[in-house]
Structures are given as C-alpha cells and as structure tokens.
Write a protein that binds this ligand. Sequence first.
Ligand SMILES: [Zn+2]
Ligand SMILES: [Zn+2]
Ligand SMILES: [Zn+2]
Ligand SMILES: [Zn+2]
Ligand SMILES: [Zn+2]
Ligand SMILES: [Zn+2]
Length: 336
Amino acid sequence: DFQFLRCEGCGQDSAQPRLLGCLHTLCPGCLGDTKHCPRCQAAPGAPTMDNLLFCSLRSRLQLWRQICSSGGPGCSRCRAEAALVWCSDCEEFFCGRCFEEHQWWHKKAEHRVRKVEELRAGSARRFMEDTKSSCSLFCSSASHPGESRVCSIYCPRCERALCCPCALLDTRHAPFRDLRVESRRRRAELRELRRDLRRHRGTFGAALERLRGEAARREQQRQRLRERVLASAERLQEVVRREAEELRELLEERPERDRSGLAEELRGAEGALQRLEAAERLAWRLGRYGGEQELMDMQPFVKAALLRLRRLRPPRAPELREPADFALCRARLRAL
Ligand SMILES: [Zn+2]
Ligand SMILES: [Zn+2]
Ligand SMILES: [Zn+2]
Ligand SMILES: [Zn+2]
Ligand SMILES: [Zn+2]
Ligand SMILES: [Zn+2]
C-alpha cells in the first residue's frame, strides 16, 4: 500500500528521498546520476527538497511493522517487556509498568494513547492517518539554541512557525496567525489546487486522446496507401505479363496469317532453284555418260525442259508492306 515511498527511479527504499520540481521523488543516488526525471523526462530544475512527508511516513511505517511483527513491539522505555500501549504524543511504546509511570507524569497533559492490540486490528492506512498530527512543531529560531520550544504561532511575513516568546520578542513578526488556522488554510489551499489540477488534467487527457486518435488515423492512412501501392504493382505486373503474352502470340501466329505473299514467293523460289540444280546435273550427266541411243531418245525432252527453265525469272524482292501487326506491336510496346 505504501509502495509509493520507494524511489521512483530505481524502486529502492531510501532514507533520504528528495522531491523534485516535477513532484516526483528520487533517492540521492538516482538524483545524482540523472539528467532528466526518469518518470516524466522533465529536466530536474535546480531546487529540490527533502521529501519530509515520505521520511515521516517511512518511519511511521517502520512503527507499524513493529506493531504487526510476530513478537509485537517492545517497550521503548525499559526495553525489556513487550509493549501494550502506544502514546501518539510521546511517539513511544510502553509496557504495563512503564505506562503507569507515563500516566503519573502526564496526569494533566492527556496524551492520546492506544492499545497495541487495537492498533494491530486496524489497518496501516488508519495508523498512518492517526499518527499524522502527533508530531509537535518545534521553533527553529536561532535565538534559543539547544532549547526546543513548541510552536503555536505563524508569521505570514516569514512564512514560518514560531514559538510564543520568539513571536512576541521580535517586533518584525507581525501580524500573527494561529498555527492551527494557518495549517487549515494551507490544507484548504491544497484541496483547491488539487481540484483545479484535476480539471486541468481532464483537459490534458482529452487533448492527448485527440492526438492519439490523430496518430492512429495517420497510421491507418499509411497502411491503406501501402496496400494500394502493392495492389497496383500487382495489377500492373499482371497487365504487363498479359500484354507481353498477347504480343508474343501475335508474332508467332504471324507466318500462318501472312497474306503479303512472301511465304509463297519463298516457296516458289526455293522450288525453282532446286529444279535448276537438278536440270543442270541431268544435262551434265547426259552429256558425259549418255550414249547415242540415249541422246536420240531423251535429248528433245530434256532440251524442252531446259528451255522452260531458262525462261524462269529470278524472284524480285516483292514489294512488301510491313504487316499491320508489326506497327501494332511497336505501338503497344511503347505504351508499356
Ligand atoms: Zn533511486
Ligand atoms: Zn518527474
Ligand atoms: Zn517498559
Ligand atoms: Zn505520552
Ligand atoms: Zn522560538
Ligand atoms: Zn516573521
């Protein structure tokens, strides 16, 4: 429950917690080697102070632990017996015998005492609340060193508590205020400030929510854009692939669909060339190996064929118009 007493930097228990300007509390170790408050990143403004509240709570927590320990607290006076009673004003535990003595000494003062048993049955929080006002405030004036006097008066000009003699003897301290009244005023002021701050924090929280919403929206937009880029890239790849495929098919089908006559022209020319070669071979063989009989029988036939062949014109490069498909292919390639 009182974990908040630990250092907010390292989480260790510290006997000298220091309070920073940002109102976070650090142990001297953490404060020494930090440039920024580890909790809120605020630069530790120069003035820090001892967190007196935490110091006091820490020692009260130790008392509470004694109360709850298995053996219970020992008597603060005789240190021999187990304690039965706690006096808030003396801030001490007493055994039965020492308590009788205490009662005799403080007959008139009416110290607030509680049975240890009762305290143990209560809660730590309750104990901390009950012990809050028990410490008396002592005058810190230098005019009476070594003598502790309880304060009852507040000087608003010095913003300090004073003992009666100090307040009355020094004319600079005036007008006075009752110390109780001043602490009530300070408590009220704290409450008021806390209420203001809570409203302020609400405004801050709302603004932060808006900012977070904006950040989330941006992240969504970024994600959507990323998805769109990926989708378009895929679509484009598909388009390009299909286009390439179509163009390739177009070009492959080309010879079959050729209507320019180039193919026939080629076939015709090839056939003619073969016929010419064959004729040349036969004429040569007939001349070389043929006897008279063969000459008489075959020569007229062969001659007629050779004359026909001689009339053949070599193929001119036909007037070829570029097929329309080529132009189409080029245009589509350029478009890609
Ligand atoms: Zn620390
Ligand atoms: Zn801080
Ligand atoms: Zn005792
Ligand atoms: Zn007492
Ligand atoms: Zn004094
Ligand atoms: Zn004063």
